[in-house]
Ligand binder design. Structure first.
Ligand SMILES: [Zn+2]
Length: 460
């Protein structure tokens, strides 16, 4: 593909230990969102990891600019930047279940294990070394390349909002914060809140399930009059993959449903404890109120395509719409909840909002949209996308093709941005989970891909 492939391979192999040791250092900062301080809008550790990262860029001879701790960039040459590589240095909290210290990265069985290894400190290091490689090998470029690093990707991307107010993005944007081969479609997103009055003297005394709007809820609890643990056990038999328990508490039966979590963009991977509970409550003989029946028919347990809420749709390039009832509560005589919908590029936000709100209102449930984002799409036939896929095929020997996701990345609201890497097909790097890792092989392969990408998009 280009004359420099062998030189790049050798360079990356020679610098693997340097990449690993810099990655380990970055992982040692617990850059979870924290209290804002001066020039540290997302907390002290985020400021420090950003400072450390740009100090390294400076050491490599790249000119940098720090945007008040929101984000920073590094230019690999004096030319006007045409290609921008967007990475983030903030991480999600470590959670539980680690076999080692999440912030003292180790290399075990060919893997660098630590929080941020794949999301997204590893990719930031690989992109930096790809730039250093092209620069050290003195490979001539005709355009500038800019590495942009932010500190708020995991909590709303306020970093990029700020950055864009201060400066423009380069024309071509790549974020190594997703999957290979290449993500050119990110579905639209809509979040909705609803509420309805519960009938007086209803047998359903309390209901509580789910905590975050962007996940399939794994737990739901209800307190019900006029039933028994025996009846619950009988009705629960027909509901698969969710575990129900019931016990007597005075004149009430306390029912707990336990399913399994999944991200709201891939709801088919989880078992929704809230919709399972609604089905159970609607099935038992006690009167649990009309709103429960209505919600059970709009969000039947096991359905994730919004069919019963009147929003089912799909297209060839982005796949099916997904709809998740993620939170439910009864308080002060009112039942309320939240749902999360991801819709294909062939639909607009207003079409989907209208249909979904219409379905609620037709059943006397008040609903309002609390967040709406149009889908993101970059033409799979564009020269930009085709060049990236060609690089992927050339370096990995595997077939390159575009994929669609329900989640959103840094480039969602940009004109011409795609996610390219860093997870390879079939890999599970425990992103956001315990023992997050990147293999040393993937680390090298990514750096080689990004170096070749720089030549393909900015080379002579
Ligand atoms: Zn990320």
């Amino acid at each position: 593909m280009n004359d420099y492939k062998k030189l790049i391979n050798d360079y990356i192999e020679e610098h693997t230990e340097d990449m690993i040791s810099f990655l380990k250092e970055l992982i040692s900062y617990r850059s979870v969102q924290g209290e804002a301080e001066e020039n540290a809008p997302f907390g002290k550790e985020n400021k420090e990891v950003l400072d450390r990262f740009i100090a390294e860029c400076e050491k490599f001879g790249f000119k940098t600019e720090n945007f008040q701790g929101y984000a920073a960039h590094a230019d690999m040459n004096e030319l006007a930047p045409k290609l921008g590589i967007l990475c983030h240095l903030d991480v999600v909290p470590e959670g539980t279940g680690w076999t080692g210290d999440p912030y003292k990265a180790e290399v075990r069985d060919g893997k660098v294990i630590g929080r941020g290894a794949i999301d997204d400190k590893g990719p930031a290091v690989m992109a930096l070394y790809a730039m250093k490689c092209i620069s050290d090998l003195k490979i001539p470029l005709k355009h500038g390349v800019r590495l942009i690093t932010g500190c708020n990707e995991e909590n709303g991307s306020e970093d990029m909002e700020y950055y864009r107010k201060k400066t423009e993005f380069p024309e071509l944007l790549v974020t190594p914060d997703g999957n290979y081969p290449l993500i050119n479609i990110e579905k639209g997103m809509l979040r909705c809140e609803f509420s309805a009055d519960m009938p007086e003297n209803c047998a359903l005394v309390s209901l509580h399930g789910g905590s975050v709007i962007n996940a399939v809820p794994d737990r739901c609890t209800a307190r019900v009059k006029d039933t028994s643990p025996e009846e619950i056990a009988e009705c629960a038999k027909g509901i698969e993959n969710v575990k129900f328990t019931a016990e007597t508490e005075g004149n009430l039966t306390v029912i707990t449903a336990e399913g399994s979590c999944a991200h709201a963009s891939t709801p088919e991977q989880g078992y929704n404890a809230v919709t399972a509970m609604l089905r159970l409550l609607d099935d038992i003989s006690a009167d649990t109120g009309v709103p429960v029946s209505v919600l059970n028919s709009m969000f039947p347990y096991g359905e994730t395509d919004g069919g019963s809420a009147g929003v089912k749709c799909s297209d060839d390039i982005s796949g099916e719409l997904t709809l998740v009832l993620s939170v439910i509560d009864i308080e002060n005589g009112s039942i309320s909840g939240k749902c999360d919908c991801r819709f294909p590029v062939s639909k607009t936000l207003s079409e989907i909002s209208e249909n979904l709100c219409g379905a609620f209102e037709g059943d006397n449930i008040d609903a309002q949209i609390i967040l709406g984002v149009e889908p993101h799409y970059v033409d799979s036939d564009s020269e930009f996308v085709r060049s990236l896929l060609a690089v992927y095929e050339d370096v990995t020997g595997n077939k390159g093709e575009c994929i669609a996701i329900g989640g959103g990345t840094y480039v969602h609201e940009t004109e011409n941005g795609v996610a390219f890497g860093a997870e390879f097909p079939g890999e599970d790097n425990h992103m956001h989970g315990a023992d997050e890792f990147i293999t040393v092989d993937s680390l090298k392969l990514n750096a080689k891909i990004y170096a070749n990408m720089i030549i393909a998009l900015a080379g002579k």
